[in-house]
Design a protein around this ligand. Structure first.
Ligand code: 5GP
Length: 190
């Protein structure tokens, strides 16, 4: 997606050869026009998949996932990392190791919002080693629903996530694929 790649080149900050900071349009301040285009791109990629629900992980997945849900005309559910007092029972809970925080957390989705037989599109902001995507996929499957695909805004193709997810049989659609962050610059796949 050229608009996204241009934005990454203009505003992305390469923190080191593993981590890209995009807090000016995705992870802190959010660019609504870009998010809308991202949502439309995901909806087009999964138009044939009869999606019933979009699932993401709070908080940075919510903006692109909401726009995808809007474009597909389906609800969005975001998995919670913090369990509140109002969210104690009837949960699907899975451990997810966070690449950026370097710690494991429990992510949870209320059982009432995931139904057996549903076709679910998982969306996330970044794909690194696939921990977040696999965690969400385990939740979908625990509910007896089906992972129709995984939509990623920025994939770091030099890390292991895509290979592991496709090997496990999941369809991964990434809007920007980064081949390398070496030498303080972003190089895209292709
Ligand atoms: P994974 O679970 O695939 O190992 O890592 C993906 C998750 O870690 C994403 O949900 C994202 O929040 C975070 N993440 C991984 N790599 C990066 C990165 O380079 N930049 C930012 N901002 N977040 C990342």
């Amino acid at each position: 997606m050229q608009m996204l790649k241009d934005k990454i080149v203009r505003e992305g900050i390469v923190l080191n050869d593993q981590v890209l900071k995009v807090d000016s349009f995705l992870n802190h301040r959010v660019d609504p026009g870009l998010m809308q285009a991202i949502g439309q791109a995901f909806a087009a990629a999964f138009a044939e998949s009869r999606i019933d629900l979009v699932l993401t992980l709070e908080s940075s997945g919510i903006a692109p996932a909401l726009m995808a849900a809007m474009a597909l005309g389906v609800p969005l559910v975001f998995a919670r990392k913090q369990l509140s007092l109002t969210m104690r029972d009837d949960l699907y809970v899975e451990p997810v190791y966070s690449f950026t925080k370097q710690q494991q957390s429990q992510v949870a989705v209320s059982r009432k919002f995931l139904t057996e037989g549903q076709s679910v599109l998982i969306v996330d902001d970044f794909l690194a080693h696939g921990e977040a995507a696999f965690g969400m996929a385990r939740i979908v499957e625990a509910a007896g629903a089906r992972v129709a695909g995984i939509g990623i805004v920025i994939e770091k193709s030099f890390q292991s996530g895509r290979a592991k997810l496709t090997e496990a049989g999941y369809r991964v659609e990434s809007l920007a694929r980064i081949a390398s962050l070496s030498g303080n610059r972003v190089e895209f796949v292709e």
